[in-house]
Design a binder for this molecule. Structure first.
Ligand SMILES: [Zn+2]
Ligand SMILES: [Zn+2]
Length: 394
């Protein structure tokens, strides 16, 4: 058995205890005082000096270049847990139903093991414990505050739990799945405000009908990806809400479109981010109105660097029972912002298959995980990082 896996298996009880501790005390967004305190205390007890950055924590093990960064997110969801587990969330309306308690636990376990193997590391492992993944905001703040420098990060890796009915793959503990190239979609949430002019419905010519113009914009936006993006640049449009007007006989002076779009490449995303406002204001001005586009929140696509994915796949076979290559999914993940700067590898770790009674997936208040997955995630962090450093050191 792989050395890291053997050691991770031996610390399973400790991993489960850590995970349940974090699970009981979930916190939201950037407001993670208890979790950060717990993670920092653990890291200190392993011999680290964690520092706060961008609402999260970082520290390193090993020395010199190259540098690989391992990332875990720590925040929970505003949801009422409904698992009936004895270690359920002690906080009303907040629970770890995305599995970030397991992510934090796995990275803590990896930090502990890597510290005992420090002299074997051919470079540096940097840890990124991030806040606010669910807000798609935490990684950006950590990047802005310099997580990718001092020391400069050359590559990065992150894992997510996979549990429940997610598709035709194996999600048992001991499995890993990842894509090569496109892995997860970008997501941009947008508000378009159309400003027209109010008038009595009987004298429509005196007004500028913002609702009618918004409808034109909606039609054009639905058509645009078909007409303008490349055949393999999948774009998913969701016009989610349109609001405006008051009565049947009043020309409405304002209408708002609330929408989102997803893409799988940075190029397609940049194109859409440019063309959506252009199309909206172009159509509005053709009708003598104005349209203002506001980008509410956005995250890049997760892209698995082809070379790195192939390399990590080989290493993963040493620690996992099964490593599966899966197609991209249209969900989004805040780790994506790191992918914009350095080659990245993103993988999902199996935490329970429906065939074993794990019938609920992430973001479901009934989601449970098979904690037997924890040592595999720890070993994968350690082994993949160690081997990657060995292969890329001068
Ligand atoms: Zn989530
Ligand atoms: Zn998540």
């Amino acid at each position: 058995m792989n050395q890291y896996l053997e050691e991770a298996m031996a610390m399973k009880d400790e991993l489960i205890a850590n995970r349940r501790h974090i699970h009981r005390r979930p916190e939201l967004g950037f407001d993670l005082p208890e979790t950060i305190e717990f993670v920092a205390t653990q890291l200190e007890s392993y011999g680290y000096n964690p520092v706060k950055i961008g609402g999260g924590l970082t520290c390193t093990v090993g020395s010199g270049s190259p540098v690989i960064m391992l990332r875990a997110d720590m925040d929970a969801l505003p949801q009422q847990e409904d698992t009936g587990l004895p270690f359920s969330s002690e906080k009303d309306g907040v629970c770890h139903s995305c599995g970030h308690d397991a992510h934090t636990t796995m990275l803590l376990g990896a930090a502990k093991l890597l510290k005992t193997h420090e002299c074997e590391l051919k470079g540096t492992v940097k840890f990124m414990f991030q806040p606010a993944e669910e807000l798609l905001a935490g990684s950006r703040r950590m990047i802005e505050e310099g997580i990718l420098e001092n020391p400069h990060v050359d590559a990065a890796m992150g894992f997510h739990v996979n549990v429940g009915p997610l598709g035709p793959f194996d999600y048992h503990a001991g499995t890993m799945n990842h894509a090569v190239g496109r892995m997860m979609a970008s997501a941009d949430e947008i508000n378009i405000k159309v400003k027209g002019r109010s008038a009595h419905g009987a004298s429509a010519y005196l007004g500028i009908n913002a609702v009618a113009i918004a409808s034109n914009i909606v039609t054009a936006l639905q058509q645009m990806p078909i007409m303008e993006t490349k055949y393999n640049d999948d774009v998913i449009m969701c016009i989610g809400k349109i609001e405006g007007g008051a009565r049947a006989n009043i020309i409405p002076d304002e209408a708002t479109i609330t929408m989102s779009f997803r893409t799988f490449t940075s190029e397609a995303r940049e194109y859409m981010r440019k063309r959506v406002p252009e199309l909206a204001s172009g159509i509005a001005s053709a009708w003598r109105a104005e349209a203002e586009t506001e980008f509410v929140v956005g995250v890049a696509p997760v892209y698995n660097n082809e070379e790195m994915a192939a390399e990590m796949h080989e290493y993963a076979l040493d620690v996992m029972d099964k490593v599966q290559i899966v197609p991209a999914v249209a969900g989004s993940e805040d780790f994506a912002n790191v992918c914009e700067y350095v080659p990245t590898f993103w993988a999902n770790i199996g935490f329970g298959d429906p065939s074993d009674g794990y019938e609920y997936s992430m973001h479901n208040p009934k989601m449970r995980i098979d904690e037997n997955g924890l040592p595999y995630g720890v070993a994968a962090h350690c082994h993949l990082a160690t081997e990657w450093l060995r292969n890329h050191s001068e």
